[in-house]
Ligand binder design. Structure first.
Ligand SMILES: Nc1nc2c(ncn2[C@@H]2O[C@H](COP(=O)(O)OP(=O)(O)OP(=O)(O)O)[C@@H](O)[C@H]2O)c(=O)[nH]1
Length: 339
């Protein structure tokens, strides 16, 4: 059988080889280490857009076309191969084209012969155009990086927003607590207001019914307060209201609820106290207030009504009773406790 690669002479073989080198796109190079000469195939020049044979046949031609950023890496690989540190010479890098742009190639080479001292006598290799592949690959890496960074920054953004939201929610919660407590407090005397008192009284009535515990309501009113206002002025009147509230607050239990009913009228819930016990406490308060010395006016006195909750009582009926008792106290000369 006839084999096309069996040549009759060396000249024949050379002709075949040169023809192949002429037509292939790969850029073949052949380095003669002894004569420091590099022969390059027409494909080598064509690949980079140069006229065939445009450069000198030395290694500097090669080094001059390597991209400056790739140069050190290429030389490192080349050096490692020719000194026997690595077994394969195969490296991807950019080569300068005739129009100034760069082309990604893969360069592979094999040592064909060594000198007796181990240096390279001949090395043959080829450049292959891998530009499209590398550009596409780099594009993909770039997009992946952007995507990862994008995802990361999105996660960070969500985390940051969540923290901001949690902070704002906490502030809002605090504000709500503040607003709620403000809405339950009388602005002048800083004790509970009527709205809060009514809610608490309802709860205490339910509790008293559930456990059959006593519950007593006290209402007191400053005596002739209008005169104090008229004589000393509204500001002094305000200060006296506040002073009375301080005295009462300091002399009742924590479980008792003291509130401003309106104007110069005040109420106290005494949970678990009978009428008699609440009467005693009210008497103590009456005395404390009347004995209290103030540079602003002569003695301040208060009249008290004391009514114990009876099963079946509504808030209204309880208030009617306590109101009547307070009225009695006023009628009987003021500065008294009626139960
Ligand atoms: N300074 C001051 N005065 C107030 C306030 N609220 C109500 N008053 C005054 O309290 C006075 C209450 O007067 P009256 O209801 O006539 O009762 P009183 O003079 O205390 O007389 P008796 O209750 O019968 O002993 C009025 O003059 C109101 O203007 C307040 O917040 N500050």
């Amino acid at each position: 059988m006839y084999n096309v690669y069996q040549h009759q002479s060396v000249v024949d073989a050379d002709t075949t080889l040169n023809t192949i080198l002429n037509v292939i796109n790969e850029g073949v190079w052949d380095w003669d280490g002894c004569r420091q000469k590099v022969t390059r195939s027409p494909g080598w020049y064509r690949m980079l857009g140069y006229d065939v044979g445009a450069f000198r046949e030395d290694v500097f031609t090669w080094e001059n076309v390597i991209h400056p950023e790739d140069y050190a890496r290429v030389m490192h690989q080349f050096e490692a191969y020719i000194t026997g540190k690595i077994n394969i010479y195969e490296v991807e890098y950019r080569c300068k084209k005739s129009d100034g742009s760069y082309l990604w190639i893969i360069d592979r080479g094999i040592i064909a012969a060594r000198n007796p001292d181990g240096t390279v006598a001949r090395m043959i290799g080829a450049h292959q155009d891998v530009h499209q592949k590398i550009v596409a690959q780099n594009e993909l890496i770039k997009k992946n990086k952007l995507l990862t960074e994008g995802n990361l920054s999105l996660e960070q953004l969500v985390e940051q927003k969540t923290q901001e939201l949690a902070k704002k929610n906490k502030l809002l919660e605090q504000k709500l607590i503040e607003i709620e407590s403000i809405s339950n407090i009388d602005p002048l005397t800083q004790i509970a207001n009527r709205k809060f008192f009514e809610c608490e009284l309802e709860k205490e009535i339910i509790r008293a019914n559930r456990y059959h515990h006593p519950l007593t309501l006290v209402m007191f009113d400053l005596d002739n307060f209008k005169d104090i206002n008229d004589i000393h002025g509204h500001k002094v009147g305000d200060a006296i209201l506040c002073r009375v509230c301080e005295l009462v607050t300091c002399n009742i239990r924590d479980v008792d609820l003291f509130a401003r009913w309106g104007g110069d009228e005040f109420v106290i819930i005494f949970p678990e106290l009978t009428k008699t016990q609440a009467h005693q406490t009210s008497e103590k308060l009456r005395q404390l207030i009347s004995q209290h010395q103030t540079s602003m006016t002569s003695a301040i006195t208060c009249s008290f009504g004391v009514a114990q909750y009876r099963e079946g009582d509504s808030i209204n009926t309880l208030f009617q009773r306590v109101d009547r008792l307070l009225y009695h106290s006023k009628q009987k000369g003021r500065n008294q406790v009626y139960s």
